[in-house]
Design a protein around this ligand. Sequence first.
Ligand SMILES: Cc1ncc(COP(=O)(O)O)c(C=O)c1O
Length: 370
Amino acid sequence: MRKMILINMPQIGEQEIEAVVKVLKSGVLTAHLGNGPAVKWFEAEFRKFVNAKHAIAVNNGTAALHMALLAMGVTSGDEVILPSLTFTATAEAVVLNGAKPVFVDIDPHTYNIDPEKIEDAINAKTKAIIPVDLYGLPADMQVIREIAQKHDLTVVEDAAQAHGAVYRGEPPGCFADMACWSFYATKNMTTGEGGMITTNHDEYADRLRCIRMHGEKEGYKSIMLGHNYRMPEIEAALGCVQLRKLPEFLEKRRKNARLLTEKLGEVRRLELPKEPPDRKHSWYLYTVRLRDADAEMRDRVLNELRKSFVGATVYYHTPIHLMPYYRGSGEQHLPETERAAEQVFSLPVHPGVTLEQIDYIADSVKRVIH
Ligand SMILES: Cc1ncc(COP(=O)(O)O)c(C=O)c1O
């Protein structure tokens, strides 16, 4: 019997198991300041990988976003600009710091925040912009950087989906003040749960290390408000192995994405994902758009695919500005965001998807969408 081809699947082998067992045998499972040997090693390797001066490992990507805004001093009365077509955590981080999320519409071709619409949302209360590298395609970071500089704003890049992506020759984070990463189980590389903040600013790095451990620089003496956001040693050990394997994972994702693009090119009703010439996708999600569809038509296609064991999935059905908690008093209308939320769905391209499965996915899509 056929098994569902899942949208994402952790790629765990013997090396990961050995690394975890080694930590267990060492007896060092964590360190008071969150800087045990495996964490330090993972931070050093990740920092090199993204070409950043500092990397601070934490226990998930949501924590990374929360503390990045805390480190730069976002507080009540402030506003932070972000897209609405993203995972809730991006907005949650703003609200957790007492500030107001201000949603800006997306570019319909990249699905990322539309830089041309950012300036209209800036006012005296605006403190930061959080561009999200959605589906693994970097946002237009240089343009966003220039807008931020002009208005004296901080840029926190949500790179949770973008391990291995490239923007104008640079890894995510290079045009931001801080970049936040997730190693959740579905991501291009995983530690089960986990996160990282990368930055070139010494002052932010110092604060982030304090926040990770209850605001302490040394034991039991808090100098600022913090949290317990430490990454366990087991996760860091897992992360080191996964990071070494990442190039191989990325190559497989890229190949699967290219094959799907070749095979689906003739399906007129689908708009396929594009890679602008100045960017390289991480192919975390291969997201297509069903042209001229509404959510009902798209969901019908999705159900048919799922009945055929193709784990097509929608990211995201409900943009954040339309979620009950975030809707607030005034209804905001973001036409491109809302249209995308009704029309997009993603197809599996993770490294575990075989060539035979890619053929099967493409054939199933062609059968369902005439
Ligand atoms: C865009 C985005 N931001 C933030 C997060 C939060 O990361 P985590 O699940 O590790 O808390 C995720 C992933 O889950 C994400 O996809």
